[in-house]
Design a protein around this ligand. Structure first.
Ligand code: GAL
Length: 363
């Protein structure tokens, strides 16, 4: 639909432009006009025609840009990235783009091949969720060589890395914000997380993939919010759960049998691990919001249900739709010829705290 509209638009603009060009040359170079220096027909006509041609090329480029988009996701088997990629696909297809989405299977080499294949196929733009943040330099060099406008999502490279290519932007969230909000969710409880009243908040931290800045920041800033508020904290355990529900369940199970009632708070870097942890909490006969607190990030549908039912203390909206909209908007700007100055290549979408009071707004 949209590409047809674009083509029609392009044709109309082309016609208008060539008419303008013809009109100008006709006006300025009437057949019977004397061949003076100021009005040399051939020389006068050329710039107008050139301008028309240039403009036509631009329009044609825009039409071509409406074509094929390659999307690389770090792995399909990730709850949040599944919501995100579905949103991307829906928005892009709704706009008339042809979209191909690849599963990196958590393997950077696999993803590199997929990026190279997209380049060989001459896609108009790429949207890439890198497998490894550490691969950013190489990914950026590859897309720059190929001259393909690229939006990186979900795993943020450094500003210095992005500065290498001005047709590249990052769309994501500032994970410090989500960590802080997790801490605030605990501070908002009646006993500020100190259930047994011993003057300190004893917690376990179930971390995502520690290579990921989201995992690092959420881990750091959730606890920082507590200490900034003057609370004493005790870390009973910190384990990597790689964003995975089963690992969240296993880690919580082990820790609950090891530390028992000492655990007052279970921090999970994402909801999928929190849902897993909840299974173990319930299996251990503990009750969230009575004798233990549990928080996640993402606002997956399953987590929203648990927050509503009182089985999770809260979560933080990681706005998949908002990020997908922002990524597509950035991609379209790049396709329209916009370039980004170094230091201005990150576009952030806000996180939002989700509690039983406002959970209805997110369902
Ligand atoms: C995080 C999200 C996680 C996981 C991760 C993948 O932003 O909270 O659930 O999807 O991205 O990089």
């Amino acid at each position: 639909m949209r590409s047809k509209k674009l083509i029609a638009l392009a044709m109309a603009s082309l016609m208008a432009l060539s008419m303008m060009a013809c009109g100008n040359s006709a006006e300025e170079t009437p057949a019977e006009a004397p061949a003076t220096e100021e009005a040399a027909p051939a020389e006068e006509a050329a710039p107008a025609e050139e301008a028309a041609e240039e403009a036509a090329e631009e329009v044609a480029e825009e039409v071509a840009a409406g074509g094929n988009i390659g999307i690389c996701i770090y792995k399909f088997d990730d709850a949040f990235m599944t919501t995100y990629r579905n949103a991307l696909q829906e928005i892009l297809e709704g706009k008339g783009y042809t979209v191909t989405v690849m599963d990196g299977k958590n393997d950077q080499n696999e993803q590199n091949n997929q990026i190279n294949n997209f380049i060989t196929q001459k896609v108009d733009a790429l949207i890439i969720n890198p497998v490894m943040t550490s691969a950013a330099d190489q990914i950026i060099a590859t897309v720059k060589d190929a001259g393909i406008p690229t939006v990186l999502i979900n795993r943020e490279p450094t500003a210095e890395q992005m500065a290498a290519y001005d047709k590249l932007v990052y769309v994501g969230c500032d994970a410090r914000q989500s960590g802080t909000m997790q801490g605030e969710l605990i501070l908002d409880t009646p006993n500020k997380g100190d259930i047994n009243g011993d003057g300190k908040i004893s917690y376990i931290m179930i971390q995502g993939d520690p290579e990921n800045i989201d995992a690092q920041y959420r881990t750091e800033f959730s606890v920082k919010a507590l200490t900034d508020a003057g609370m004493e904290v005790e870390e009973l355990d910190l384990q990597r759960g790689d964003w995975d529900r089963n690992k969240g369940q296993e880690i919580a199970q082990t820790d609950l049998s090891k530390f028992g009632d000492q655990i007052e708070v279970v921090f999970c870097n994402n909801d999928d691990m929190a849902i897993g942890a909840l299974q173990s909490i319930q299996a251990a006969g503990r009750t969230v919001n009575e004798d233990i607190y549990l928080v996640g990030v993402d606002a997956l549908d399953a987590a929203l249900n648990e927050v509503e039912a009182g089985n999770m203390t809260g979560t933080v909206l990681n706005d998949a739709n908002g990020q997908a909209e922002a990524a597509v908007a950035a991609m379209e700007e790049l396709l329209g010829g916009k370039t980004y100055a170094s230091g201005e290549q990150s576009i952030y979408v806000d996180y939002v705290k989700v509690t039983p009071d406002n959970v209805g707004d997110f369902k």
